[in-house]
Design a protein around this ligand. Structure first.
Ligand code: HSE
Length: 380
């Protein structure tokens, strides 16, 4: 028997169970073997779930069952998820996850355990929800030196900004609407303050540049300061405001990385990425720019990417995917304040876009003594 266990029966975990059932024939064909969902580990009770007979509370049952070859970790966070991932890998099982917090912080170490054990740690769903992005970077674009990667990496904030742009909603109203629709969580901090996007750009940079970039090294600003005045000024001047994560390889081999709201020109494809969709641009020295677009969040889109990794792990049980990156240290980073761009400035008196590119340090110096209400980069 080739069995699968799911850890965490929340939105994504239940989506994984659903996709495994719904597309069983296609999955068997893709994996060249039949996969059987044997356990779902969760501390909660699910008496009405069609999967209630599979639900157990004790992870060690999974850990000690040799039939379980792939463990899907959809718990989230770095506490229990990290411990169970380590134990599953140490027990010789491949682990598949959508947990960007864990991958961004501890991916390097977990990949090493997987390597030592001859199994796989796969996390396509951790960035871009259902959009294929990590495999294209490591496989399809492998012939390129990647020099920059940037994009809309958070569906919730893009949904909020889209409401502000299309309906003229205030940030607070747009957030309340996103919460009512179930996109934003009751505590929306990790989305609206850019933390989720920061984890995702860190993973993209790890894979693109080959060294661990800790999320703590990435200057991160969210969308709480975006106002209806900023949105309408942007629209009048041919821009849309988008929260971008960005990582740029400098000529000296060091990296500029940050998350911040930007004014994106309307003719840029990213300006047309609306609602919970994500759009990610990868710049390679042979391919030029390629863009990946699609559903960046949601139960079934995310489950689609998780189950694809399950299929991959099952199909290549004895062939490790050669995905890894080296340890990094903060000296590999450049201060993002030194990265030049044009700037959108709003003071109590006026709004304008600087005519030429300059560093943040330089614009801060030129605005000394002025009460600056908004200062966003322009994506040129
Ligand atoms: N909260 C995330 C988002 C979920 O809104 O994009 C997908 O990672």
């Amino acid at each position: 028997m080739y069995a699968v266990a799911i850890l965490g029966f929340g939105v994504v975990g239940s989506g994984v169970a659903e996709v495994l059932d719904k597309n069983a024939d296609r999955i068997t064909q893709g994996a060249s073997r039949e996969l059987s969902l044997k356990y779902i580990v969760d501390v909660r009770e699910f008496p009405d779930s069609p999967y209630k007979d599979l639900i157990i509370k004790d992870f060690s049952v999974v850990e000690n069952d040799p039939d379980v070859r792939v463990v899907v970790e959809t718990i989230g966070g770095v506490g229990v998820a990290q411990e169970f991932t380590r134990r599953a890998l140490a027990a010789g099982k491949s682990v598949v996850t959508s947990n960007k917090e864990l991958v961004a912080k501890f991916g390097c170490e977990l990949l090493q355990i997987a390597k030592d054990k001859g199994v796989n740690y796969l996390f396509e769903a951790s960035v871009g929800g259902g959009i294929p992005i990590l495999r294209p970077i490591t496989q399809c674009l492998a012939a390129n030196k990647i020099t920059e990667i940037y994009g809309i990496l958070n569906g919730t904030t893009n949904y909020i900004l889209t409401s502000m742009i299309k309906r003229g909603a205030s940030f607070d109203d747009a957030l309340a609407e996103a919460q009512a629709k179930g996109y934003a969580e009751a505590n929306p901090t990790s989305d609206v303050d850019g933390i989720d996007a920061c984890r995702k750009i860190s993973i993209l940079a790890d894979l693109s540049f080959g060294r661990h970039m800790d999320p703590d090294w990435v200057k991160t600003v969210g969308i709480r300061t975006v106002t209806a005045e900023d949105v309408s000024y942007a629209a009048e001047n041919g821009f849309k405001i988008k929260l971008l994560g960005r990582a740029v390889l400098n000529e000296d081999g060091r990296i500029f990385a940050y998350v911040a709201p930007h004014l994106v020109p309307e003719e840029n494809l990213l300006a047309g990425v609306e609602g919970v969709n994500n759009g990610i641009v990868v710049r390679g020295n042979a391919i030029g720019d390629v863009m990946f677009y699609g559903a960046g969040a949601g139960k079934l889109p995310t489950a689609s990417a998780v189950v694809a990794d399950v299929i991959d792990a099952a199909k290549h049980e004895h062939a490790r995917k050669l995905v890894s990156w080296d340890e990094g240290d903060v000296s590999m980073m450049r201060d993002s304040a030194e990265l030049e761009s044009r700037w959108y400035v709003r003071t109590g008196e006026k709004q304008y876009i600087t005519p030429s590119a300059q560093s943040k340090s330089s614009i801060d110096a030129s605005l000394a003594g002025v009460e600056v209400l908004t200062l966003f980069r322009v994506l040129d």
